[in-house]
Design a protein around this ligand. Structure first.
Ligand SMILES: *Cc1c(COP(=O)(O)O)cnc(C)c1O
Length: 404
């Protein structure tokens, strides 16, 4: 028998931890849409399915008629969390930003690619919280500022770093932070701040006007980012759609893999029978396994007993099932037909995907729900939709041709 969360860890449970955490988002809620998958009549390759959104489309009579009994999956619409800084990025900042503010952060430094959704989310949410965001972007300013680049420029203080400087990320971040801190300010790595150690020391009150600069690594791939994702799992497990003993198979696309690990760790710590499949987009299997191991061990160090209280001390197996993209490609490249596919899905369901990230999770969700009838298949929409603005500059012909 699996232990109930209340008995695990001598009463120390993930539910206690989550309820004691201060959050950035006022609520963990997200809309969940149900998508039906039907064979399509179209002879075009890559279009063998027709989709409809059963939640929002009246024409489907809530799944009666054609769509009755058809394979279906659910989409957690985290892309709707915020108009500009959406998806998994606010989830990863959900516990981190309040923690940094509580430690007296006046300035936050982070970095990313030119169209980084993480950088834009840090800029937007810091600005909202009265913390000055400083964003280091790789490369040079685009001729036309657009997408996440534009959002970073509007909300943050952007500096561009040449590729060679950017290659030494930690040195670059630290040097920039030191410059901002000035001679009487302080610099700290966000990842070094211990969650439990929440006492605000005397000098965090910023009374003397000196700056406290905190550095958030690229992609916020650290242990504090897991909590917001675990909060999402707790929220989902409370929905009647996924009752406590329901088998659920979560699908998510992965950059650093932090979101996937947060989902899997959340499910284990909450005692749920949920599986997590993560599509690897930016790294090798070995690196994702490494990232998982290091995040889980950091979590165990920071909040001892919660994870091992659930699984015991002898588990070394992977929590996340890491899988390849159906059509592997170098990260950043868009394959023929993918933009058309995104348009096709957008027009049929009202859900916007992008070929860099979320399309790959959608494809896996479609495949799983057609094969796996036992578990409810749930795709987490990780956002990234403003990335299309950047892609539309690079691949403009693909956006302007091919519609009927
Ligand atoms: C940032 C991002 C990811 C990567 O998330 P990780 O937690 O780093 O794996 C995935 N999808 C989208 C749309 C993103 O913007």
């Amino acid at each position: 028998m699996r232990p109930t969360p209340a008995l695990a860890a001598g009463g120390r449970t993930v539910a206690n931890l989550l309820s004691a955490t201060e959050w950035m988002l006022p609520s963990p809620a997200s809309q969940v849409h149900t998508i039906s998958v039907l064979p399509s009549q179209s002879p075009t390759p890559g279009h063998e399915f027709a989709f409809s959104n059963l939640t929002t489309s009246l024409g489907n009579g809530g799944g009666k008629g054609l769509a009755a009994g058809s394979p279906r999956f659910h989409v957690v619409r985290d892309d709707l969390l915020h108009p500009l800084a959406n998806g998994n990025k606010p989830r990863k900042l959900d516990a981190l930003l309040p923690l940094l503010r509580c430690r007296g952060a006046t300035d936050i430094v982070t970095c990313g690619g030119c169209q980084s959704a993480h950088a834009a989310a840090v800029a937007v949410h810091c600005a909202e919280w009265g913390i000055r965001p400083h964003i280091l972007l790789r490369g040079e300013q685009l001729d036309i500022p657009t997408g996440y680049n534009l959002i970073s420029l509007m909300f943050g203080n952007v500096t561009y770093a040449s590729r060679s400087v950017y290659a030494q990320r930690d040195e670059m971040l630290y040097e920039h932070a030191t410059k901002i801190a000035g001679s009487n300010g302080t610099v700290m790595w966000a990842a070094d701040i211990i969650g439990e150690d929440l006492v605000v020391d005397e000098d965090t009150t910023d009374g003397n006007g000196s700056r406290r600069v905190m550095i958030v690594k690229e992609g916020a791939g650290s242990v504090q980012a897991l909590l917001g994702v675990m909060r999402l799992v707790e929220y989902l497990s409370g929905l009647t759609l996924f009752g406590q003993d329901e088998k659920v198979h979560i699908v998510v696309d992965s950059g650093t893999g932090t979101t996937a690990v947060g989902l899997a760790l959340g499910a284990v710590c909450l005692g749920l029978q949920w599986r997590v499949t993560a599509v690897m987009l930016a790294d090798t299997l070995e690196r994702y396994r490494q990232q998982e191991k290091s995040l889980v061990s950091d979590f165990e160090k920071l909040y001892p007993g919660i994870f091992h209280g659930m699984v015991g001390n002898d588990t070394h197996c992977s929590l996340v099932q890491w899988v390849e993209r159906f059509s592997p490609r170098r990260f950043g490249k868009v394959l023929d037909g993918e933009i058309v596919m995104c348009r096709h899905i957008a027009q049929q369901t009202g859900i916007l995907l992008d070929p860099m990230y979320t399309l790959s999770a959608w494809e896996h969700a479609v495949d799983l729900c057609r094969r796996d009838s036992e578990a409810k298949v749930v795709m987490i929409h990780t956002g990234g939709t403003l990335g299309l603005f950047g892609l539309a500059q690079r691949y403009s012909p693909q956006f302007t041709t091919g519609s009927d």
